[in-house]
Design a protein around this ligand. Sequence first.
Ligand SMILES: [Zn+2]
Ligand SMILES: [Zn+2]
Length: 245
Amino acid sequence: MHTLTKTPPWFAIQQFFWIAVDWLYPPSCAGCGKNGVRLCSSCLQQITPIDHHNSCSHCDLPEAGQLCPDCQSQLPVFDQLRSYSIYEGVLRQSIHQLKYNNDLPLADTLCRMLISLFNQQNWKVDLICPVPLSLQRLRQRGYNQSALLAQILAWAVAIPYNGKALMRVRETLSQVGLNAEQRRANVKGAFWADPRLVKDKTVLIVDDIATTSATLSACAEALKTAGAGEVYAITLARTVHINSS
Ligand SMILES: [Zn+2]
Ligand SMILES: [Zn+2]
């Protein structure tokens, strides 16, 4: 069992650890390159939170009214998705840095946005798990950035984390360039959840970007098939341009 329960002290220790890392290896801002910070205050200010009062109540698509056209045509299986901001500008650069430049301490800085977003919700979550990376990408990158974010969030909000509750059982193509139907087909049956870990639980899935709601919906489907109750999803960013196809 890989569950961590009620461990806020770890969160404090981890914060201290990153302060020590910054002292040894001074960081530079992921947005503008300024020395001494991982994300400077003027870059942080450029990341505008999504206005959840005007976004889709189900998938959080900005300025979509009560229910966006995609959700109206086929409601994703998760109960609700919330994202912090649009995938653009400083946030896009920061996520890129986290994914491709091994800037692991940046996960801690970015996760503050997830913690703030999570605390605005009325979700009663029993278990937090990341969207699993494909084995091929895990081998290339060496770590799953969504697992890092999920772990830090879980520690901060004192909810059990389990990186084995949701597994990828099939490799998928990139979702970029596919239409809504193709995206759903691409990820259908790609995930499996462990009933021993998720049955009767309210689960929160964490990812860095919601490129489409199809992947998160397929994850939620696997979790619900395994007996999970409600399934919520949270991401740092979401893309908006391809959701209209
Ligand atoms: Zn900056
Ligand atoms: Zn929607």
